[in-house]
Ligand binder design. Structure first.
Ligand SMILES: *Cc1c(COP(=O)(O)O)cnc(C)c1O
Length: 451
């Protein structure tokens, strides 16, 4: 019998990140300056990011070397395991093989440390002393404060208010690593104060918190901004997921028929899927790639494909992506990390071109699958990751229906041990779905920027 837990040694770790921009049949249209609506150049991004990350954002090089200091820190938890969910397979009575890449082993509890370590490294090399950022559910804030702590930088985090209230322990974790954490909208910035004037009860959104963090970074010379998702360089840093997983499945003598991940801004999906997208584009591999989002924030499945701002205030460049409109306020669902109006331009383009596909599920179905997974495998998944689990289960049941063997790989982007209040709500039967009527989507889409 093949192994249940497939491991790589440190020596087998990838030493370069994979950049899918080298292989895409169509690249997304370039980001545009928010005021001039002209393509942004490196100089436009310098108030926010160090030059090395700007170069990575725009690079068409297929491989970009992972600096040795970053690899050294990766080794604390990488390579992460691929685990075969044999007990889940049995419960589902499916002929499918279900494998998951488990990123909950990282000290931050999710995949986000893969990029935060890289980003802080390049900022430190550029002489930056302090980083400002936003966080949704708190995983990014934790990952960035840990990375800042490793490299000795200060860290300020604007945390979406609904999560600040629902997930107090993530704030505690950030503070352990020395970060300053504010509930967003906050009274620290002009954008925050303006939002509070309009609605003092605002639950916030990622788009709002991004505005606050960018404003903070631009207003100080010693401070840069750092984003945990959406952008090309962030997605590229996550490619270690797919590169490792492909090796691991090869050790088990298999190759996936379908690769699945949840999609908030798209980086854990891009991370696990892009090395397989390479095989599909370049070698004609017959692998399906599925990005899964909440039906309460259905960016890829019901959004508009075109230019939009990344934030509410309109400070960021216009990105070419699927979007629900920057003014879209997602309902307060329990997957804080998936409440974003836009998505990675690279993921958006691949979905548009039919190389990847997207599905959306309601949160009660997702928590049902999360609980089934926990009871079979013993592991409590993050609500975000549970979207991928629900899709993997759907695929495994379809394989049973069709009576066919199928190899399923999904990314389990993080553990749910700091999301237990959400499970309490589910177990008490109080979790509700938010199906979005077309009218709700129309309002925010009416205010898309004219380009
Ligand atoms: C942040 C987060 C996500 C969503 O972000 P992506 O950029 O779409 O990957 C998913 N899962 C977990 C556990 C997260 O922390």
């Amino acid at each position: 019998m093949s192994e249940t837990k497939i491991l790589l040694t440190e020596k087998e770790m990838p030493t370069s990140w994979y950049n899918i921009q080298a292989d895409m049949p169509n690249l997304p249209k370039p980001p545009l300056h928010p005021a001039t609506k002209q393509p942004v150049g490196p100089d436009d991004l310098k108030p926010l990011f160090p030059l090395e990350l700007i170069k990575q954002e725009m690079s068409r090089e297929r491989w970009i070397e992972i600096p040795e200091e970053v690899q050294e820190i990766y080794k604390i938890w990488r390579p992460s395991p691929v685990i075969r969910a044999r007990r889940l397979e049995k419960v589902l009575d499916t002929p499918a093989k279900i494998y998951y890449k488990y990123e909950g082993v990282s000290p931050s509890g999710s995949h986000k440390l893969n990029t935060s370590v890289a980003q802080v490294y390049y900022n430190k090399k550029a002489g930056i002393k302090r980083l400002a950022t936003e966080t949704g559910a708190g995983q990014w804030g934790v990952a960035l404060s840990q990375a800042c702590n490793f490299f000795g930088l200060e860290c300020t985090v604007y945390m979406v208010k609904v999560s600040y209230q629902q997930k107090p322990y993530r704030r505690s974790m950030m503070e352990i690593f020395g970060a300053n954490v504010f509930a967003s909208p906050s009274n620290q910035t002009n954008s925050g104060r303006k939002a509070l004037e309009i609605n003092p009860e605002s639950l916030g959104s990622l788009g709002m918190a991004i505005s606050e963090a960018c404003e903070d970074a631009v207003s100080r010379d010693d401070t840069n901004y750092s984003l945990g998702s959406v952008l090309n360089h962030v997605t590229m840093h996550q490619s270690v997921l797919g590169l490792e997983a492909r090796e691991q499945l090869a050790k088990a003598d298999t190759y996936p028929d379908v690769v699945i991940a949840c999609c908030g801004g798209g980086t854990n999906f891009g991370g696990i899927a892009f090395p397989f997208a390479h095989d599909k584009i370049v070698n004609g591999a017959k692998v399906r790639l599925i990005a899964v989002e909440p039906s309460a924030c259905p960016t890829l499945t019901r959004g508009h494909f075109g230019y939009d701002f990344g934030d509410v205030a309109g400070f960021t460049p216009l990105l070419w992506m699927y979007t629900l409109g920057k003014d879209f306020m997602p309902p307060g669902i329990h997957s804080g990390g998936l409440r974003y109006h836009g998505a990675s331009p690279l993921v958006s383009q691949l979905v548009h071109d039919g190389i990847a596909e997207a599905r959306a599920y309601g949160q009660t179905a997702v928590f049902n699958s999360a609980t089934l997974f926990a009871r079979s495998e013993g592991l409590v998944p993050a609500p975000e990751s549970s979207h991928a689990i629900h899709c993997a289960i759907e695929e495994a049941l379809a394989a049973r229906e069709a009576g066919e063997a199928r190899t399923i790989l999904f990314n389990l982007s993080g553990h749910g041990l700091l999301d237990l209040p959400s499970y309490d709500t589910f177990l008490a039967g109080k979790l509700i779905d938010f199906p979005l009527p077309e009218e709700n989507l129309k309002d925010a889409l009416e205010h898309l920027p004219q380009v």
